[in-house]
Each structure stands twice: as structure tokens, then as C-alpha cells.
Design a protein around this ligand. Structure first.
Ligand code: NAP
Ligand code: F7E
Length: 333
């Protein structure tokens, strides 16, 4: 039987690396798109797949229409996963136009290339719970109205609708996974979970004095990236393309996540003060403080996803809980 061919935009990121691992296990031939950078930044994939003959990397960029067309024509993929993004919400306040170019127009460029090259190619869009923003609903599902709070979230809303539009207008297999926060030992260092784990481990080892955070009261639904890339693949194997919320339906504040990590490191945090003056002490030593530079002009207050549709139709449920997540992050940090 002919092996399936997948093309992954954003292969060098957290999800790209787990998705490559999964697809290679499923006997796909995997092609990944990497950007040119002055220093090599492919460590997330090199470590695991460098010698694998079923895995190939190509230079490209979702802001470069010609490279997208060339890759699709040359590789002739069965499935395209668009994971490419300027994925940091806070950074999207600092580079909004670039974020929109990559996160909104990038998806349209790929969809247009599929439409003009071969409409049978399946397309997965990495949509995000940031699209819900402050929705006014305690639990969000596929029917919840979007109210994004950043150019990142707004760009993802554009991509969500353009994916749906190409599905409906051109009968393409184009689908959205609306993924809530998912983390792992391979998470980028500036996302809050990794920053907390790395910071507290360094403090414990005496390599760092303090962990400086932003909004401690922000609440997220955190899952494990391994489970979430499995959902991406499942979404692409359905008879009909559709959109699915992928989440854990459990939520924790940034403060609670910090306490859970500290507890596993035998550090008991005593909190004192309020607002920007709130501080965390361990054995009377100040190890955590708050700085407004880590706050966003507008933040998403709380997220909790209802994955009932995915459970029913994809037969998907998350396998790893927050304890597993923190243990794995601690083990590999
Ligand atoms: P990530 O670690 O930041 O990876 C993003 C990937 O996109 C990297 O490979 C990056 O390349 C690539 N990229 C950035 N700009 C690009 C461009 N112009 N052209 C081509 N590639 C480009 O993000 P992630 O956590 O794996 O997330 C994967 C996708 O899911 C993203 O679209 C993200 O927005 C979305 N998402 C993530 C979460 C989450 O909690 N992780 C939740 C919902 C949705 P470099 O390595 O060169 O930077
Ligand atoms: O922030 C608060 C911050 O940057 C989580 C991306 O993968 O998930 C991710 O976006 C919360 C926010 O992730 C710090 O204000 C407090 O409320 O880890 P984060 P995010 O913004 O939720 C969504 C679903 C995506 O789609 C994105 O691509 O934590 N927070 N103190 C902090 N956040 C950071 N980064 N750093 C702090 O010091």
C-alpha cells in the first residue's frame, strides 16, 4: 500500500515535533517546513528524527506564497498540517502586523495553494482557544461566540473562518482543531508553564534567585501536547471535515500551577501582599514577585473547554493530566 505523505508547516515547534513522531509511527512519509535562521533552531526535530529516511525538511515560510506553491507541487502531500504561527500572545501586542501576516494570511496562502494545485489535499488549521477570548461563558465549546483579546486571537479567528469558507465554498477537506493550552517538556521557555518549571528548578538548584511573573490569577485549561497532536490526526481521518474543541475540561490559575510545581520540589510557598506587590516566600526567602511588564494590555481571564463533540465523534479523550504534565516537565528540565 502507498504510504501517506504529510506536509507540516511549523514542524520545528512543540506540536510539530510531537506530530512528526506520531505520523512516523503511523508509517507516513513526513515533510517539514523550516525557516531560515542565523543559528540552527531545529533541535526539537533533529534529536528525534535526524536519521529517519521517512522524514525530510525543506526551507519555506508561510509569508512566502511562491515557496508554499513549490513545496505542495513538489511533495504532493495527502495531508497538510498548518501549525506555523507567531504563537506568543503577548508578543502579538508588540509585532501585530507580522503576527497577522503569518497567523491570518499564512493560512489563506496555504488554502489558496491547495485550491489551485489539488483540492483533494486535506488541510488542518491550528485554531486556538484564544479565539474565545473573554466570551462571557464559563465553559467554551464549538458553539461559543468568539471575543478575542489580542491580534493573535483575532488572526486565528480569520484563519478559522477562512478554513470553514474554503470547506464550504470549494468542497475542500479543511478542518479546525480549536485547541486549548497544551504544554510539555518541549514547550518554548517564554510560555508560563515552562517559565515556572524552569524558574523553580533553577531556584532550587541555587542557579536563579527569583521567578518574576505577570497575572497570577489568569486561569487556563492545560493539557499535554502528546494527546493534542493525536486529536489533530484523528480530525484529519474523519469521513467529513469539521471543527472540534480539544481540551481537558479542567482549569487552574497560574498561581495554583506555581504551587503544584513548587510542592513537587518540596518547596512550600507562603504568599504575602496584593496586586503588583504580591510575593511568594519559601522559608522566609522571597523567590517570586510580580512585574507589570509580563501583563498584557488585555488578557483572557479564564478558559475551560468542553470536548464532548471530540469524545463522541473522534472517540478522543485526554490521557495525561496536570500531574503527569508537571512530572514530565520536571524530569526533562
Ligand atoms: P510553537 O512552538 O511556537 O511553533 C510554531 C511553529 O511555527 C515553529 O515551527 C515556527 O518556526 C513556525 N513558524 C513561525 N512563523 C513561521 C513562518 N512565517 N513560516 C513558517 N513557519 C513559521 O507553537 P506550538 O505550541 O507548537 O503551536 C503550534 C500551532 O498551534 C501554532 O499555530 C499555535 O498558534 C497553535 N496553538 C497552540 C496552542 C498551544 O497551547 N501550544 C494552543 C492552540 C493553538 P521557528 O521554530 O522557526 O520559530
Ligand atoms: O500565558 C499568564 C498570561 O503565554 C498563559 C499559546 O500557546 O495558549 C498559549 O497562549 C497565561 C496568560 O499562554 C506570565 O497573562 C502570567 O494569561 O503561557 P502563556 P497563552 O497566552 O494562554 C493558547 C491557547 C495559544 O493558542 C497560544 O499560541 O499566563 N502569565 N505570568 C504569564 N504568561 C507568560 N507567558 N509569562 C509570564 O510571566
Amino acid at each position: 500500500m502507498k504510504k501517506k505523505i504529510a506536509l507540516i508547516f511549523g514542524v520545528t515547534g512543540q506540536d510539530g515535533s510531537y506530530l512528526t513522531e506520531l505520523l512516523l509511527k503511523k508509517k507516513y512519509i513526513v515533510h517539514g517546513v523550516k525557516r531560515r535562521s542565523s543559528l540552527i533552531n531545529t533541535s526539537r526535530v533533529d534529536k528525534f528524527f535526524y536519521n529517519n529516511k521517512q522524514f525530510k525538511m525543506h526551507y519555506g515560510d508561510v509569508t512566502d506564497t511562491a515557496s508554499i506553491f513549490t513545496l505542495i507541487k513538489r511533495i504532493k502531500p495527502d495531508e497538510i498540517y498548518n501549525l506555523a504561527a507567531q504563537s506568543h500572545v503577548k508578543v502579538s501586542f508588540e509585532i501585530p502586523l507580522y503576527t497577522a501576516d503569518v497567523d491570518a494570511l499564512g493560512s489563506l496562502r496555504i488554502l489558496e495553494a491547495i485550491k489551485l494545485t489539488n483540492k483533494k489535499i486535506k488541510y488542518y488549521q491550528a485554531s486556538s482557544s484564544e479565539m474565545f477570548g473573554n466570551s462571557g461563558k464559563k465553559i467554551q465549546d464549538e458553539k461559543t461566540k468568539f471575543n478575542p483579546q489580542s491580534v493573535y486571537g483575532i488572526s486565528k479567528v480569520f484563519s478559522f473562518f477562512v478554513t470553514k469558507n474554503y470547506r464550504e465554498a470549494y468542497s475542500m477537506y479543511a478542518c479546525n482543531g480549536i485547541l486549548f493550552n497544551h504544554e510539555s517538556s518541549r514547550r518554548g521557555e517564554t510560555f508560563v508553564t515552562k517559565k515556572i518549571v524552569q524558574g523553580l528548578v533553577n531556584i532550587k538548584k541555587g542557579k536563579q534567585k527569583k521567578l518574576i511573573l505577570g497575572n497570577l490569577y489568569s486561569i487556563r485549561d492545560w493539557g499535554h501536547a502528546k494527546d493534542f497532536v493525536f486529536a489533530m490526526w484523528k480530525i484529519m481521518q474523519m469521513k467529513k471535515p469539521d471543527d472540534y474543541v480539544i481540551s481537558t475540561n479542567k482549569q487552574f490559575s497560574v498561581k495554583k500551577f506555581t504551587e503544584l510545581v513548587a510542592k513537587k520540589l518540596d518547596m512550600k510557598i507562603i504568599w504575602k501582599g496584593k496586586g503588583l506587590n504580591e510575593k511568594g516566600f519559601v522559608k522566609n526567602k522571597e523567590i517570586i514577585s510580580v512585574n507589570k511588564k509580563y501583563f498584557r494590555p488585555t488578557d483572557v481571564n479564564q478558559l475551560r473547554g468542553n470536548f464532548r463533540k471530540a469524545k463522541k465523534q473522534l472517540k478522543w479523550t485526554p490521557k495525561h493530566d496536570i500531574n503527569y504534565l508537571i512530572d514530565e516537565m520536571l524530569e526533562i528540565t
